[in-house]
Design a binder for this molecule. Structure first.
Ligand SMILES: *Cc1c(COP(=O)(O)O)cnc(C)c1O
Length: 196
């Protein structure tokens, strides 16, 4: 799967238990992204013999930061200043972060609105434990037109602010994400096809 894609395919592993993740690892899936801190910590324990790159792709509560921030390789969902503050307080070294941007105008979705992005970028400069590497967004369910526009906009924003990475694209829309220069796909359900 994704043999011709040169970027990173992160397996969104909320659908899989540790045994299934081990099976995927044996099929060369080495990047995993968890949505919940408890699941991340439990699975890291079960899979600590494997050389996995761990991503966090879910909404992160400020009070959970201290439990996990030194255990992950990339945070995809930096979306507010108090989260940056908590990372600054608890991280032992700079953490690779992407800012989640809300590009589909859905109120229930987290993420910085594009009109607030420039100010947010200025504000997080003072946190030396935040190593900003890119932007992340989530498409709109059942709306390929809005989703493509969101991916195109994320690509343009990343270019404008000279950020190298773009985390976008899931099982239903990764083709659009690749078209707009995604560097990290987050794929969940489609990985079921690889399991016996
Ligand atoms: C679950 C999830 C994905 C993957 O979703 P699929 O549609 O199963 O590929 C990607 N990103 C985030 C943030 C997720 O929660």
């Amino acid at each position: 799967m994704f043999d011709n894609y040169l970027g990173i395919v992160v397996c969104a592993s909320k659908y899989f238990n540790a045994m299934e993740m081990r099976e995927l690892f044996n099929k060369d899936v080495t990047h995993f992204g968890e949505n919940r801190v408890q699941d991340l910590l439990a699975k890291q324990k079960d899979l600590n013999d494997l050389k996995i790159t761990w991503h966090f792709i879910g909404h992160l509560q400020t009070n959970k930061v201290k439990d996990m921030i030194n255990q992950i390789d990339v945070l995809h969902t930096l979306d507010r200043i108090n989260l940056a503050e908590s990372i600054q307080k608890h991280a032992n070294k700079p953490v690779k972060c992407m800012i989640q941007v809300n590009l589909t105008n859905e109120d229930q979705k987290s993420g910085i609105l594009p009109l607030n992005l420039e100010q947010f970028l200025i504000e997080i400069k003072k946190y030396d434990k935040i190593e900003l590497i890119g932007l992340m967004t989530i498409g709109k369910d059942d709306d390929q037109v809005q989703t493509e526009l969101a991916f195109k906009t994320l690509d343009e924003l990343a270019k404008k602010y000279e950020l190298p990475f773009r985390s976008m694209g899931m099982s239903n829309d990764y083709d659009l994400a690749i078209k707009h220069h995604a560097t990290h796909l987050r794929i969940g359900r489609k990985f079921m096809e690889l399991l016996d």
